[in-house]
Design a protein around this ligand. Structure first.
Ligand code: SF4
Length: 239
């Protein structure tokens, strides 16, 4: 267990901030990898990104939004047509259901607009805190921590939290990272998870966070071996 209960809150906060600053240096290109032009598009794209890569979602959303540019159009869409467009994303029947239900709820309860508040967003079907934070952080400029599988794995490896539950993880990390940084910090952690600190083979020997990370050594520490595990930007969108 990388979390050290004897580390003082002050020491943990200092270490966390040091690591967060280093992540900004390591991943200056971190950003939301879903393509969107407004909050509606980002919300739909985020819902579609469950169990598939952002790249795959980006391949289908141009056709989807050209045909259905807003919640009103999507709420009235022909289900078979939506399913056809979403086919490459996998689970396309369930996903068509999700986005149609989402559009209908936006029309019925929010006048066809995406609400800019967490309390409203999480009332939408298929929208949890993670999706809501993606939308708030990237379409509304409201800071949000996006606790997906990469994020949870990494902050536990960093020894920042011992929690498994994403809501508890979010609350603990919110105490360590300044609020204004939450959105970009989330992108950087997710980039680090995709490129360096992989679930199965962490590239510890090529990791810029090694000196502050209690999990250093869970993956190869030999620099040459580790470097081979680091994914290049073009190949990093695997989950
Ligand atoms: S040192 Fe290893 S476990 Fe720690 S963040 Fe880097 S790759 Fe992950």
């Amino acid at each position: 267990m990388p979390f050290d209960p004897d580390e003082t809150p002050l020491a943990r906060t200092r270490r966390a901030r040091r690591m967060a600053r280093e992540l900004a240096v390591i991943h200056p290109d971190a950003h939301c990898e879903l393509d969107f032009t407004n909050a509606f598009e980002l919300l739909v794209a985020t819902v579609l990104s469950a169990q598939t890569t952002d790249k795959t979602v980006n391949k289908v959303t141009p056709a989807l939004f050209a045909r259905y540019p807003d919640p009103v159009a999507l709420a009235a869409a022909d289900r078979a047509e939506v399913e056809e467009i979403l086919k490459p994303t996998g689970f396309f029947r369930a996903k068509a259901n999700s986005v149609l239900g989402l559009a209908q709820a936006l029309v019925e309860r929010f006048d066809g607009e995406v609400p800019g508040r967490m309390a409203d967003l999480v009332t939408l079907p298929g929208v949890g805190r993670k999706t809501a934070n993606v939308v708030l952080g990237n379409a509304f400029d409201v800071p949000g921590l996006t606790v997906d599988t990469h994020f949870g794995r990494l902050v536990r490896r960093f020894g920042w939290t011992a929690e498994e539950d994403p809501v508890k993880v979010e609350a603990e990390i919110a105490e360590l990272v300044p609020k204004r940084d939450w959105t970009m910090f989330s992108h950087r952690v997710i980039f680090h998870g995709r490129r360096v600190c992989h679930a199965k083979k962490a590239a510890c020997g090529a990791c810029g966070l090694a000196r502050w990370c209690p999990s250093y050594g869970i993956g190869p520490t030999d620099p040459e071996l580790a470097l081979k595990l680091v994914k290049t930007p073009a190949a990093s969108d695997t989950e």
